[in-house]
Design a protein around this ligand. Structure first.
Ligand SMILES: CC(C)C(=O)C(=O)O
Length: 510
């Protein structure tokens, strides 16, 4: 939202605003990111499910592999318009045409730094070239957006001329690009207002100053009706404005619908998996902590009223609320967590458990379900026999096929099994599943590894969350050996899930 408010700088709820996703082009330009054709297809399908209007599938000029990937996306025959990025040259438009795209983004320089310093042309020649390229693309029945690169650092009068030339030559729209994410909402508003007087305008904002969403909203308030964004905010340097953030901001603050919001979390995870770029836990909408409450005050408030510490329900974006345990946990949070695991405890016991949870948190530890349950057993004196225990583990990865064998105690009986897998952890997990048979019918919901210390002798912490029916248990184990840490964590989680099956749930209103 613009910092300086005036009545015309708002966004009316009856505005039609559409989203252009450039995860497959600008997102893929993030350092270290490269998507296979199959991954592009999977992401494009998810973008279509979410209801994105335009999918920029790549840059046809990059090479044969990229063209094959773009063609795979155009072959999907999606409702969304599928486009390619093109530099300001006819050859690029031809390559895009080879991929059978619906449209192109013709990127031409807008600032003098780009006109003279990068492309080595003049303002006038740039205008002439742009008009020719637009006419060429229109002659080939393409939808055309002209992007004035580095537009936020361009002379505004020249930017207007560039937009006017593009639109007069037949372009469907002109895009205001804050290429290096350097500007603020006031300038964005002024520039886009002037461009919107000439014809349809899009906004392409980067997040170098953390102003990506602010500038996108300023552009919309000034008349832009198409916002370029990327899933998870991936993109060059600090990234582009995040699709999920623009969509929720428009929905929550301005009541303007752009997407099926329930799809955004799935989308975020698909992109994180494909790109290998982890979702930061504190990221709005999609971060692990976005709907997690730990502190006593917040947990207590949330248990009294869901909305107490949340701007909108997590289900809006396909997520669930989570109460975490840690240094700041209070009694209400502990009681709720114990109830979730079917553990009964009186008020004094809850107070003692809360104190011990806080102490564990004070030591810098994330407190998992397994930690809570172990503390609760100690405090309530409700010792139990383990259902499953790991007695022995060996794993080898030197040969052609990684192999592992395990010896488990299952309900007091010893079982031995072996397994193979893609690596020693995978092999050991197969061996555990083999030994447990149908008792291992729990799903591994998440698996995280953190090196706690540096160096090749690092201690690693493996945290797993396993789910069986509607119960989930998180366990963390630290060891120097990653295979042992993984298997111990998994066996402990299975043990907790199986033990939970053997005890009745406490009444909900206890
Ligand atoms: C080249 C253009 C489209 C771009 O990505 C930008 O300006 O950030």
């Amino acid at each position: 939202m613009p910092v300086t408010h005036s009545p015309e700088q708002t966004i009316a709820s009856d505005r039609t605003v559409r989203l252009l996703d450039t995860t497959l082009r600008d997102g893929e330009q993030a350092p270290g990111v490269s998507l296979s054709p199959d991954e592009k297809v999977e992401i494009a399908r998810s973008l279509e499910r979410a209801g994105v209007s335009v999918i920029e599938a790549g840059s046809a000029c990059t090479g044969a592999g990229e063209r094959q990937a773009i063609s795979r996306v155009t072959d999907l025959d999606l409702d969304a318009r599928v486009t390619s990025f093109c530099r300001g040259m006819k050859g690029d438009i031809d390559l895009a045409l080879d991929c059978d795209v619906d449209g192109v983004h013709i990127v031409v320089p807008a600032s003098d730094r780009h006109v003279e310093g990068k492309v080595g042309t003049s303002r006038e020649d740039n205008l002439e070239n742009t008009a020719e390229l637009v006419a060429y693309a229109k002659d080939h029945d393409l939808w055309v957006e002209v992007i004035g690169e580095d537009g936020s650092r361009a002379d505004l009068d020249y930017l207007e001329r560039l937009a006017e030339t593009s639109l007069e030559a037949g372009a469907d729209r002109f895009c205001f690009a804050d290429t290096v994410g350097h500007t603020g909402p006031e300038h964005t508003h002024e520039a886009v207002s002037r461009l919107a007087d000439l014809g349809p305008v899009s906004a392409h904002t980067h997040d170098d100053l953390g102003l990506g969403v602010t500038n996108a909203l300023a552009a919309v308030s000034a008349g832009a009706d198409l916002v370029h964004c990327t899933v998870d905010g991936l993109g060059e340097r600090a990234g582009n404005v995040a699709l999920e953030e623009v969509a929720i901001a428009l929905d929550h603050v301005y009541d303007v619908e752009t997407l099926d919001l329930e799809e955004v979390y799935d989308l975020a995870q698909i992109v994180a998996r494909a790109t290998g770029v982890q979702l930061p836990p504190n990221k709005a909408v999609i971060g692990e902590n976005a709907f997690t409450h730990e502190s006593g005050i917040h947990t207590d408030g949330t248990l009294k009223d869901d909305k107490m510490y949340e701007p909108y329900a997590p289900e809006t974006v396909g997520r669930e609320r989570r109460l975490a345990l840690g240094k700041h946990t209070g009694r209400a949070g502990v009681r709720a967590a114990l109830e979730e695991h079917g553990v009964e405890a009186d008020d004094d016991e809850v107070a003692e458990i809360a104190t011990r949870v806080t102490e564990l948190g004070d030591r810098g530890r994330r407190v998992t379900d397994a930690d809570l349950l172990a503390i609760a057993e100690d405090v309530t004196g409700d010792d139990r026999d383990r259902v499953v225990d790991l007695l022995d583990l060996s794993a080898t990865s030197g040969g052609a096929v990684p192999t592992a064998s395990v010896r488990l105690s299952v309900d007091g009986e010893e079982r031995v099994a072996s397994g193979t897998g893609s690596g020693p952890v995978d092999a050991a997990v197969s061996a555990v599943r083999e030994a447990l048979g149908s008792m291992a019918d729990a799903e591994l919901e998440s698996y995280h590894v953190d090196a706690v210390t540096g160096g090749t002798d690092a201690v690693v912490t493996v945290e797993v969350t396993m789910v069986r029916d509607d119960r989930s248990v998180t366990v963390a184990r630290s060891e120097a050996d990653i295979t042992r840490a993984s298997v111990t964590a998994m066996v402990d989680a299975l043990d907790r899930l199986l033990a939970a099956d053997q005890q009745p749930l406490a009444p909900a209103d206890d």
